[in-house]
Design a protein. Structure first.
Length: 199
């Protein structure tokens, strides 16, 4: 069980770290779809497939995530609004780093208040976001530990999390601008993450 004050504490932490909005939903309301996880390795698939421990085939996937849901007391959904032009520019990596740092910070707070099994999920490959200038990931090569343990978190994609449904459950619009809108200075888009508070 999680009480209201604990939930507010986690939401406040997300907002303080840079989220535009954050909200708590029931873990049972998270939709998980095996087909979404399959997209990571579909044709053409993701160019970063298999390059980080937070991406398939190195994660437990939808089956593992469903087990996490069963154990979770709450789910905190985090959204960061960004100008579409920035999201489809060189700033994308910086935006994704902020997303990872934000959900990792909420995870850390959840652990601090007693949810010691908590886990954060972000988006994109941490290899591309944090270690793009490195030849490989030391965790996967067996050479050492993660270079960014305080920030890098697994991608929601590899677990088949339906992010559109997640946004709806949090009461937010699902509308996301397409790359074609990048030239429009007024156009806004978003990135999202998730933290499971697990006792
Ligand atoms: S070192 Fe850490 S951040 Fe870099 S690719 Fe490996 S797991 Fe991701």
């Amino acid at each position: 069980m999680i009480n209201k004050e604990q939930t507010h504490t986690l939401v406040r932490r997300a907002l303080r770290l840079g989220a535009t909005d954050a909200g708590a939903i029931s873990p049972a309301d998270i939709a998980v779809d095996n087909k979404l996880a399959d997209l990571c390795n579909a044709d053409p698939g993701c160019e970063h497939y298999g390059l980080a421990p937070g991406c398939p085939p190195h994660v437990s996937g939808p089956a593992g995530f469903r087990q996490w849901i069963k154990k979770s007391a709450a789910a905190i959904v985090v959204r960061i609004d960004v100008p579409t032009a920035a999201l489809f520019s060189d700033q994308r990596r910086e935006i994704m780093q902020l997303l990872h740092e934000t959900v990792a910070g909420v995870e850390s707070k959840a652990v601090e208040i007693g949810f010691v099994g908590s886990q954060a999920f972000a988006g994109g490959s941490c290899k591309q976001i944090f270690c793009h200038d490195q030849p490989d990931c030391p965790v996967l090569s067996g050479q050492g530990k993660c270079r960014h343990p305080q920030s890098a978190r697994p991608s929601m994609s590899g677990f088949g999390i339906d992010v559109a449904r997640l946004m709806q459950s949090a009461g937010w619009s699902v509308e996301k601008a397409a790359p074609e809108n990048a030239a429009d200075a007024q156009s806004m888009s978003w990135v999202a993450g998730l933290v499971l508070a697990v006792p």
